[in-house]
Ligand binder design. Structure first.
Ligand SMILES: Nc1ncnc2c1ncn2[C@@H]1O[C@H](COP(=O)(O)OP(=O)(O)O)[C@@H](O)[C@H]1O
Ligand SMILES: [Mg+2]
Length: 343
């Protein structure tokens, strides 16, 4: 489990300090695919870079499996980092090395275990044959066995990211940090990389932390999400909770399409009805008409999959005359339909 406690990061500069993270408290449970979303400049990259201490927090702590890693000495830190893989938007491959050499690189530079060492939390350098066997398995995992001897320049973006994923997994990490890992890829390739990350999470039990500004990425694979805005956590919860009923202004802005928020509802009040898998035992629109004599005007409707389950929402306009709005709200509550008025 990764816990960030009162994490603050300030980048000092002559022209004034930048507070990139402001008193962040966040828990990332083991086994989750945890999304961190926010606008550009919100502090997302700084946050993940603090997790593996590529960036030193100004104050607060990063606790990984109970150990405050901000207190770790360099040697210990090098070992701890083997437990955290990372991939980036621009892949960061070694251009002069083949695919297989790129994947093998972290294994080649792993520390040699001293005879009397009692360290047992991380992997030490294995004999060459074992390293090569491991590379073979990793390339199979990312479906690139046939590219072992190719150079990065000969690969597509999606293939490069697969190499980066294999390399990040080489030392058998428990955590994988992905900073905008699909932002440079087309939608189809994005989906294939996301499917790979999901299978790594499921098959290998790796906890995946996904930094993104793309809501679709979170919808398709994440189990949990934190929304970060102006260096602070604005909101956090399961993806289904946050995506069906965002509470903070920034989450609403990111998650509920502009279209919905700006639809003109002349002659009525807008209600957003949410169908997030609960039993709804009534055909809502006809029920409103027949049982309550309320005429609801459908302004928008959409269904999609969130975290593998169907999710839908519908915006209707209801007149406030003759108590229609009140009747509609009572009807919806009675039939367990989630709704909200302020969009
Ligand atoms: N190395 C750095 N030095 C100075 N300021 C930085 C540095 N890295 C990021 N920042 C600033 O910190 C803020 C958060 O940046 P970042 O974490 O990259 O956000 P995001 O990844 O959400 O776009 C921004 O204002 C950015 O300009
Ligand atoms: Mg960033």
């Amino acid at each position: 489990m990764i816990q960030l406690k009162h994490l603050t990061k300030i980048y000092p500069s002559k022209n004034g300090d930048t507070v990139a993270l402001n008193d962040i408290d966040l828990t990332i449970p083991d086994g989750s695919i945890f999304g961190i979303i926010g606008l550009s400049g919100a502090g997302k990259s700084t946050l993940v870079r603090c997790v593996n201490l590529l960036e030193r927090p100004t104050s607060g702590s990063v606790v990984i499996d109970g150990e405050d890693v901000t207190l770790a000495k360099q040697k210990r830190l090098n070992l701890l980092r083997k437990n955290i893989g990372m991939i980036f938007q621009n892949f960061n491959l070694l251009e002069q090395r083949t695919v297989a050499q790129n994947v093998r690189f972290p294994l080649d530079i792993a520390p040699v275990k001293r005879k009397n060492s009692t360290e047992n939390t991380v992997k030490f350098r294995a004999p060459k044959q074992e390293r090569e066997q491991r590379v073979k398995e990793l390339l199979e995992l990312v479906e690139l066995s046939d590219k072992a001897n190719a150079y990065p320049s000969q690969l597509s973006g999606g293939q490069k990211q697969r190499v980066a994923i294999a390399r990040a997994l080489a030392s058998g990490p428990k955590y994988l940090l992905c900073d905008e890992a699909t932002s440079a890829l087309d939608p189809t390739t994005t989906q294939s990389i996301l499917a790979l990350l999901k299978s790594i999470n499921e098959k290998l039990g790796v906890t995946v932390i996904v930094i993104t500004h793309e809501m679709k990425v979170v919808e398709s694979i994440c189990t949990d999400v934190a929304v970060i805005s102006n260096s602070r956590i604005a909101e956090t919860g399961s993806v289904r909770e946050v995506f069906s009923k965002p509470r903070s202004e920034i989450a609403k802005e990111l998650i509920i399409p502009d279209l919905i928020r700006t639809i003109n509802s002349e002659g009525g009040k807008k209600l957003r009805l949410i169908f997030a898998g609960e039993e709804t035992d009534a055909p809502v629109i006809s029920g409103l008409a027949l049982e309550c004599n309320v005429k609801a005007n459908i302004l928008y409707a959409d269904t999609k999959n969130i975290d593998g389950k169907p999710f839908g929402h519908m915006v209707i306009a209801v007149s406030e005359e003759d108590g229609q709005l009140e009747k509609a709200k009572q009807y919806l509550s009675k039939h367990n339909v989630q709704f909200e008025e302020e969009l």
